[in-house]
Ligand binder design. Structure first.
Ligand code: NAP
Length: 379
């Protein structure tokens, strides 16, 4: 029985993780969880999962009211609370389904404590990839990504000979604005960018999908997870999101993971530590997939993907700045405070102004993140 700490229980990945727990009550027991602002779901979760002993929520006042109501539960809150719940709770598996930089430090702590980390929070690898990989190399904990593309790649790589691999092919839907003429992008509003064609996800990742910053983050994730350099990672546009990613072999053929878009599949794969049954396809060319359309991506439309690639080639501090400025800009865009193209303008300027540091410590990562947020807000 795995004792699970679920960070981000109120979110899209968090609620789907609860579905997996509910289906496998003999294998997983929820012992702790976090929510952000949606604290109204706490009473229901406490009722449904009696093994829960620790809960995090952002608001400190609300936490103290809940402490009086539930004297047997430890409530954590405020800026340090996520760190504390990850440090103090008794768990074997941490599912990190937080969005943004908030998910980085808990991921590091879970590994430092030798736990199994199921990581949906891609921002953790984008900003803390150097530290996370060092911990894993030193034998601290285990990491299983929760991202449809990376789970697809992990599955494909597990069935091929490493020497036969030519490159990784990460598929991309192109997001909500994929068919909007380039000249009109400057007028795109949050409500347009939130209409994702194939996936139903949280607001931030949906905007990241429209700009394809998300695909940039996924290239960085793939770099840290699988150890392939930029020249061995290709992004391929794929309208239907049925091929979740592929491995191209040196003989020109492809091994690929094909299936309906459903995040329960990668969450389950991660929580079962890869020990699930799955089928892959092996094709000579993508033309064999009659219900799928593929095409090359246009770098002029997806400036954020290009920027992410540049940051990866430069080093860690640039990726931290990229993530921090992007978070600030995306939330301002969601609030209709800036235009769609301002996201790239702000983020690229912050990245440019950030000094290069290829191996920052945890404290330095936090400092770079903070400085980049301030600069992005000013811009
Ligand atoms: N959704 C998907 O299909 C999908 C697919 C692949 C990867 N991912 C990745 O998975 C992660 C989660 O995405 P999501 O779509 O599930 O996001 P989401 O629906 O917005 O949920 C995010 C969760 O994080 C919590 N949270 C946000 N800021 C916080 C803070 N400062 N402190 C504490 N908690 C905070 C939210 O709490 P409240 O809502 O209560 O405020 C919520 O529980 C992201 O990194 C995303 O890129 C998502």
């Amino acid at each position: 029985m795995k004792k699970v700490l679920l960070l981000g229980a109120s979110g899209s990945i968090g609620s789907q993780t609860l579905d997996i727990i509910d289906k496998n009550l003999d294998k997983f027991s929820l012992v702790a969880f976090s929510v952000g602002k949606r604290s109204n779901i706490i009473p229901d979760l406490l009722k449904k999962y009696p093994a829960v002993k620790d809960v995090y929520l952002i608001n400190e006042k609300e936490a103290s009211i809940l402490k009086d109501k539930y004297p047997n539960i430890n409530f954590y809150s405020g800026e340090l609370g996520l760190r504390e719940i990850t440090e103090k709770t008794d768990y074997n598996m941490c599912v990190d389904a937080l969005v943004g930089f908030a998910g980085m430090e808990p991921a590091v702590i879970a590994l430092q404590r030798n736990k199994i980390l199921c990581l949906a929070n891609k921002e953790a690898l984008v900003t803390g990839g150097t530290i996370i990989n060092k911990l894993l190399i030193e034998g601290h904990g285990k990491l299983y990504p929760i991202d449809s593309e990376h789970v697809a790649l992990a599955k494909c790589l597990s069935r091929v000979n490493k020497d036969d691999v030519k490159r990784l092919v990460i598929t991309a839907s192109g997001g909500a604005l994929r068919n909007m003429p380039l000249a009109e992008l400057k007028n795109a509003k949050a409500e347009d960018a939130l209409k994702h064609p194939t996936w139903n996800m949280g607001a931030k990742i949906t905007i990241d999908s429209a700009t394809m910053m998300n695909k940039g983050f996924e290239i960085i994730e793939a770099y840290y997870l699988f150890g392939y350099g930029l020249d061995k990672i290709k992004v391929l546009m794929h309208d239907e999101s049925l091929v979740h990613s592929a491995v191209e072999l040196k003989d020109g053929t492809f091994v690929l993971d094909y299936g309906k878009p459903d995040m329960h599949v990668p969450i389950e794969y991660a929580m079962f530590e890869g020990k699930v049954d799955f089928d892959l396809m092996h094709v000579k060319t993508f033309d064999e997939l009659k219900d799928c359309h593929f095409h090359e991506y246009n770098p002029a439309r997806y400036l954020m993907t290009e920027l992410a690639k540049k940051c990866l080639s430069l080093g860690a501090s640039k990726m931290i700045a990229l993530n921090a400025a992007n978070e600030v800009a995306v939330y301002r865009f969601l609030d209709n405070k800036i235009g769609y193209l301002d996201i790239h303008r702000i983020v690229s300027t912050v990245v440019e102004h950030t000094a290069l540091n290829k191996e920052p410590s945890l404290e330095e990562i936090k400092q770079i993140d903070k400085a980049s947020r301030m600069e992005a807000s000013r811009l």
